[in-house]
Design a protein around this ligand. Structure first.
Ligand SMILES: Nc1ncnc2c1ncn2[C@@H]1O[C@H](COP(=O)(O)OP(=O)(O)OP(=O)(O)O)[C@@H](O)[C@H]1O
Length: 456
């Protein structure tokens, strides 16, 4: 071992002593150039590796990108969350949104001895799903390695969490990835519950996803049969790809607009969301009052009436979209909004007819398939509700429905009011019929006075 000696003459440490540092037989003069050579070689090889790798990826692999705003984004993550590979990945994100939001097994702990339900305890037993976190995850699909990179868009700011997915496979063709995406779409279609994504104005690209709600089956909205069939058929024909071609060939903008008008609680919103779910469309919701408020507040995300008109009709408006305007006061709508070209079909939602009242009554007391599935809340509460339905054979149910309907005046109460009353009597259809007259008189009297509340 050799020693390197030097005299300490640093101004803040003037000790005047000679210090000895072991140099291990290395010529100290070579240390710095040696380090520089090693560092240079390292940089050289890592650059070659990087270029080689990206050349390999470019030459031998293909990729498909999916932005967060696409339907597929959630579907791919939902599918990945169910794959066994995801469970062993070391960087995951825990989510609860893909399991229908219910505990998988009975959980009687969420009800105390007095029968009081504790939501927090119930919600804590909802199982978590895991989806890939940011970064790259690999999995096998049809004997092929596929990598999925989840990344944040560079332009997104702190509050806008915009992401994209990049799916890659070692094949010069994108066919294997397309096949995987088709598989994911089929998997999604085979799932029982369909969800409708709901967007509101805001965010960097104009819209922010507000929520994902379970689609309401169209037959649960009580409406005149002919009226309902009319709109469903019209929309079905409009959305067909042949219709899009027909419009394009004739230079007609491929857009369709409906105006739903009528008193509050008659099913306008329910039918709109139900149609969106039925046809697999996303719902982009703007309320006029929201547009007005924004106009006054002059915020960056402001949607003035002019902005709204531009959105539904301007150069940037989407082809193939369905516009539904819903209002209690059609006469107050700006003429520019309801002109032909924006509105192709008007539908009046009236107060409840006898047919609607009967349908609402029957649906309330008909056992549904979902009532009998395993699930904590169902096992505890639905038993009582189910008992109410089980006691009613179809004949008895029809009898009670007719008796109830007879007591209700036509075109006086809204379907929402009828539903509200029956919800209170959901465990006792017989009492619902017996007390219907009293409730009807009280409700009509309150409505005449222009009040909102009634005591049941
Ligand atoms: N025709 C109907 N069939 C079944 N349920 C209905 C119907 N109309 C209203 N309801 C029920 O009443 C409630 C309110 O309905 P909805 O929000 O669709 O009414 P709306 O006409 O959009 O009211 P508003 O004009 O106040 O927005 C919902 O819970 C819905 O289930």
């Amino acid at each position: 071992m050799s020693w390197l000696s030097y005299r300490c003459d640093r101004p803040w440490l003037r000790c005047g002593l000679t210090h000895h540092i072991p140099s291990f037989g290395i010529d100290v003069g070579l240390l710095v150039p040696g380090y520089l050579v090693i560092y240079g070689l390292f940089q050289f090889f890592s650059t070659i590796h990087r270029f080689g790798n990206s050349y390999f990826v470019w030459f031998f692999s293909s990729e498909i990108m999916i932005e967060e705003k696409e339907y597929l984004f959630d579907q791919v993550l939902a599918w990945i969350a169910k794959q066994p590979n995801t469970k062993v990945s070391r960087s995951l994100k825990a989510v609860t949104r893909y399991n229908g939001g219910e505990p998988e097994e009975e959980n009687n702990d969420c009800v105390n001895e007095n029968g009081t339900f504790n939501y927090e305890k119930w919600a804590s037993s909802i199982p978590l799903s895991y989806e890939p976190n940011f970064g790259t995850n690999e999995f096998r699909y049809k004997d092929r390695y596929v990598s999925l990179t989840r990344q944040k868009l560079e332009k997104a700011d702190r509050y806008e969490f915009k992401e994209f997915l990049m799916i890659r496979c070692n094949d010069r063709s994108t066919e294997p990835i397309k096949d995987l995406l088709a598989h994911i779409k089929n998997w999604m279609l085979s799932k029982e519950t369909n969800f409708t994504s709901v967007y509101r104005p805001g965010g960097a690209d104009g819209w922010t996803r507000e929520c994902c709600r379970a689609s309401r089956p169209i037959d649960t909205v009580a409406l005149d049969d002919a009226q309902k069939a009319n709109i469903v058929e019209d929309m079905n024909e409009y959305l067909h790809p042949d219709t899009a071609r027909w419009y394009t060939a004739r230079g007609i903008p491929h857009r369709r607009g409906y105006l739903f008008h009528g008193p509050p609680g008659t099913g306008k919103t329910s039918l709109s969301f139900s149609l969106a779910g039925n046809f697999g469309l996303k719902a982009y919701v703007i309320s006029l009052s929201e547009a007005d408020i924004n106009k006054k507040s002059k915020s960056n995300s402001a949607i003035s009436l002019a902005g709204l008109l531009y959105l539904i009709d301007g150069a940037a408006s989407t082809e193939g979209r369905v516009l539904i305007m819903s209002t209690n006061y059609p006469e107050m709508l700006d003429a520019a909004l309801v002109c032909p070209g924006h509105i192709d079909m008007q539908i009046h939602f009236a107060l409840a007819t006898r047919g609607q009242i009967r349908d609402i009554f029957k649906r309330m007391y008909t056992a549904q398939e979902s009532d009998t599935k395993a699930g904590a809340i169902r096992s505890i509460f639905t038993k009582k509700l189910k008992a109410a339905c089980d006691d009613l054979d179809p004949e008895k149910l029809s009898e009670l429905a007719a008796e109830f309907t007879e007591q209700m005046p036509e075109d006086t109460l809204s379907p929402a009011e009828i539903q509200g009353y029956l919800l209170i009597k959901k465990r006792d259809p017989i009492a619902a019929v017996k007390e219907a007259g009293t409730w009807r008189d009280a409700t009509i009297a309150v409505k005449k006075k222009g009040k909102v509340f009634t005591t049941v």
